[in-house]
Design a protein around this ligand. Structure first.
Ligand code: HEM
Length: 539
């Protein structure tokens, strides 16, 4: 276990000034009026009726009536913790972002882990993708690395996100979750939309049932563009490597824990931190040259359904994360935190990955309704630790009393209290001047077309036991479909990946083995196998 941040650490408990303890000599109303009795409503005689003039009854119940906010449209079930990220300084050659580049710099973070499909009250140990979202409160503003525990995604273009999520979430008529009941719509979608194949293999592997948030890798998935102090650029993929290694639950364990302790992962995170057994991860980057075709070793780096095998581009450690403090209030912190892939700091840029491009719109948009208007950046957990001077005004839940003249620019009337800092052009986030060109088309590049090779690479990199787990997962999940035609179609997809796996699943389902075009030999990638001692030596 690592110790809490030292007394003199720059990483302080940032929320200390806003903690409300709800203690005092007297109980009061929300208006501060002392209350002698909160057990009985004001009635016309002991047998009633209750009187409208009972402001305490009405205020108490009204506030209670509005305690809930909408859960996230995806990743509704999650839990989180604060921590400290310490940079090794090894990223200085590729990025000017101070929190990554400066050796020893400590930055406070909040990490939230989640399942994608279940509601807020669903069980932790279901088969699903896990979110791995980290907000870095850097001195240059907030940077959010909004990743998953799998390095690829089901779709290549964000315009398909509503489709995959509609297909995978609960039944619209019965609201029975898809997981572990009837899977027809999910398997219908992924068997028709074969760019999902690689991700489906990850989801059906042991990666879909992590043992703990402590034993998961995290991935930024997309390729990002880093910019160093000299203005040179590289293309990178972000990786979180757990110090405790990568470990999963056995399928039977997932079923038992979902019943016996549906909060299995959440409880372990909170209890471990309370016990001083902190979760630790190393942040690493795969660095690829910023080439004209944005490809590396034949892999299109804008395609979020593809990985770059670590043998081709090793993961280079750039810093360490220790999660060492539990939130005080689930609603105020874990529920109200708002991650956004567009929260970037100088030195980190996005690429034209069409999945990433759509995400840039989605997060802020959904948070406007989830968190009730445009001022959620003022919520304590979302406040940057850098000074904010944004010229925004008013709106629902505005909690700042802005002073001075209207915030418009240019402005010659502002005086000392005005909104205009000297020299807007000095420093700040300057977007790299990359040329943009092309005909307007609704199309993918040809280099996105191969949906099967990396699924085979992944499957054939696993140990025999892990491969058996994949076959068992496909068999179990497909056996839950009502429609035989969907099983048959999905077997056809598997047949275009690996013949041996297809035969196992077909046998399990009692169906004939379809003819396919399985991927010819690929060189397995040792880094993809999970139970072969995947322990990452954190520095
Ligand atoms: C939430 C990851 C793709 C829309 C999340 C969260 C994570 C995540 C980790 C939970 C954040 C939290 O803990 O609060 C990813 C990854 C993706 C991906 C890794 C692909 C590589 C997309 C796409 C869209 C999208 C394509 C939409 C076009 C959303 C929305 C939320 C969300 C609306 C809820 C945010 C909120 O209510 O605060 N995503 N996501 N995601 N994601 Fe994604």
């Amino acid at each position: 276990a690592t110790k809490q941040p030292a007394e003199n650490s720059p990483v302080k408990e940032s929320l200390a000034p806003v903690r409300g303890l709800q203690t005092g000599d007297h109980l009061t109303s929300g208006q501060g009026v002392r209350l002698p009795d909160t057990d009985h409503s004001l009635k016309a005689g002991p047998r009633g009726p209750a009187l409208m003039e009972d402001f305490h009854l009405r205020e108490k119940i009204t506030h209670f009536d509005h305690e809930r906010i909408p859960e996230r449209v995806v990743h509704a079930r999650g839990s989180g913790a604060y921590g400290t990220f310490t940079a090794y300084g090894t990223a200085a050659s590729v990025t000017k972002a101070g929190f990554l580049a400066e050796k020893g710099r400590e930055t406070e973070v909040f990490a939230r882990f989640s399942t994608v499909l279940g509601s807020r009250g669903s069980a932790d140990t279901v088969r699903d993708v896990r979110g791995f979202a980290v907000k870095f409160y850097t001195a240059e503003g907030n940077f959010d690395l909004v990743g998953n525990n799998m390095p690829v995604f089901f779709i290549q273009d964000a315009i398909k996100f509503p489709d995959i999520i509609h297909a995978a979430k609960w039944h619209p008529d019965r609201e029975i979750p898809q997981a572990q009941t009837a899977h027809d719509t999910f398997w219908d979608f992924v068997s028709l939309h074969t760019e999902a194949t690689h991700h489906v293999f990850w989801a059906m592997s042991d990666r879909g049932v992590p043992r703990s948030f402590r034993t998961m890798e995290g991935f930024g998935v997309h390729t990002f563009r880093l910019v160093n102090a000299a203005g040179e650029t590289s293309l990178v993929k972000f990786h979180w490597k757990p110090a405790a290694g990568v470990h999963s639950l056995a399928w039977e364990e997932t079923q038992l824990t979902a019943g016996v302790d549906p909060d299995f992962h959440r409880r372990d995170l909170a209890d471990s931190i309370d016990a001083g057994l902190f979760y630790e991860y190393e942040l690493g980057i795969q660095v690829m040259p910023d080439s004209a075709d944005e490809s590396f070793e034949g892999i299109d780096l804008l395609d979020p359904t593809k990985i770059v095998p670590e043998e081709l581009a090793p993961v280079q450690p750039i810093g360490k994360l220790v999660l060492n403090r539990n939130p005080d209030n689930f609603h105020a912190e874990t529920e109200q935190i708002a991650f956004h892939i567009g929260n970037l700091v100088p030195g980190i840029e996005v690429t034209n990955d069409p999945l990433l491009q759509g995400r840039l719109f989605s997060y802020l948009d959904t948070q406007l309704s989830r968190l009730g208007g445009p001022n959620f950046t003022q919520l304590p957990v979302n406040r940057p630790h850098a000074p904010v001077n944004d010229n925004f005004r008013d709106g629902m839940h505005q909690s700042v009393v802005h002073r001075g003249i209207a915030p418009y620019l240019p402005n010659s009337l502002a005086g000392e209290e005005g909104p205009v800092p000297a020299g807007l052009e000095d420093g700040g986030y300057v977007h790299l001047p990359k040329p943009v060109a092309g005909d307007k088309v609704r199309a993918n590049p040809v280099s996105f077309a191969d949906h099967h090779t990396q699924a085979a690479l992944f499957y054939r990199s696993l140990s025999p036991l892990e491969q058996d787990h994949v076959a068992e997962a496909f068999t179990f999940e497909l056996s839950k479909c009502y429609e035989q035609a969907i099983r048959v179609r999905m077997l056809g997809v598997l047949a275009d990946v690996d013949a041996e796996l297809t035969a196992k699943v077909a046998a399990g389902l009692g169906l004939p083995v379809p003819e396919g075009n399985p991927v010819p030999d690929v060189t397995p990638s040792p880094a993809l196998a999970q139970i072969t001692d995947r322990v990452w030596p954190v520095t």
